[in-house]
Design a protein around this ligand. Structure first.
Ligand SMILES: C[S@@+](CC[C@H](N)C(=O)[O-])C[C@H]1O[C@@H](n2cnc3c(N)ncnc32)[C@H](O)[C@@H]1O
Length: 271
């Protein structure tokens, strides 16, 4: 389907925009990958796939735990940063360019499949869930972390999305991967038993303005929303909407911005 190919090409360009790694370091979000690896008890010599691995949030700590890790992502620029991070951590990961909706691996290939804020961005959630179930071996484990629709980032995506052209009908909204009922339905009939836990990551920035500047210069989809809104004269509105959102979620009692960002951790066991 030509439209879908174009959508993915455009997603690749989007995620290559900005400086994702800088945002991840600012928000210490690489800790989520470390926690997921610990939660799943990933150990030496297990085969692990990180889906939509980006700069290696889960892949690198899994490799540090001694696992044999493959990271797959649509965007070569993300994988280039992942390679640099893995080299600094002195670990090896098989970085692979590929689509979460068409994983380039055989059935039953992995002991563990993980994804942190990754597979939620592939457009057709059911296709991704089927692919994950296909490559996970019987008895294997699954771990997925996704922002929830009700949390600060769920609201953030809706706010930014209002300033972007509407998505095609076949695109499922990303934060639905953070909804227990939706994820249960995705994996129905796959033989994977699921457990859920809602967690919150404390995000910190020097100020409300610094947060807006960070997202609109570093996080690809938001950089594009800023560029588009600037070309249409709507940037002051988007900036004010984001400032207002952060002000409502701010829990700090000084000039800094601190807010809890809720995410859902899905742990699965394949029969
Ligand atoms: C928010 S980033 C998350 C990256 C990483 N997992 C993390 O925790 O930082 C989303 C990633 O999904 C990737 N992505 C989007 N659509 C994809 C698809 N259809 N298949 C594979 N990767 C995809 C993007 O290239 C990007 O690296």
């Amino acid at each position: 389907m030509q439209q879908l190919l174009e959508f993915k090409q455009s997603a690749r360009t989007t995620w290559a925009t900005g400086d994702y790694d800088a945002m991840m370091r600012q928000e210490q979000l690489y800790g989520v990958g470390v926690e997921l690896v610990q939660r799943l008890g990933i150990g030496r010599d297990e085969t692990v796939l990180d889906v939509a691995c980006g700069t290696g949030n889960a892949a690198i700590p899994a490799a540090e735990a001694g696992a044999r890790v493959t990271g797959v992502d649509l965007t070569p620029e993300m994988l280039a940063t992942a390679r640099r991070r893995a080299a600094s951590a002195d670990v090896e990961v098989a970085w692979t360019e590929g689509d979460a909706e068409d994983l380039p691996f055989d059935d039953d290939s992995f002991d563990v499949v993980v994804s942190t804020f990754g597979c939620m961005f592939a457009p057709r959630h059911e296709v991704v869930a089927d692919e994950i179930a296909r490559v996970l071996r019987p008895g294997g484990r699954l771990g997925v972390a996704s922002w929830t629709p009700q949390g600060a980032f769920g609201e953030f995506f809706r706010t930014v999305g209002a300033h972007l052209p509407p998505s095609p009908d076949y695109v499922d909204p990303p934060p639905l991967w953070g909804d227990e009922q939706h994820v249960t339905e995705l994996f129905e009939g796959t033989g994977i038993r699921l457990d859920f836990a809602r967690e919150a990551w404390e995000i910190g920035h020097d100020s409300l303005q610094a947060a807006v500047e960070c997202y609109t210069t570093a996080l690809g989809p938001v950089v594009e929303a800023r560029q588009l809104s600037e070309s249409e004269g709507a940037w002051p509105q988007l900036r004010d909407d984001l400032l207002e959102l952060f002000r409502r979620h701010d829990t700090s009692d000084d000039d800094r911005l601190v807010f809890p960002a809720e995410y859902l951790v899905v742990v699965g066991h394949a029969q």
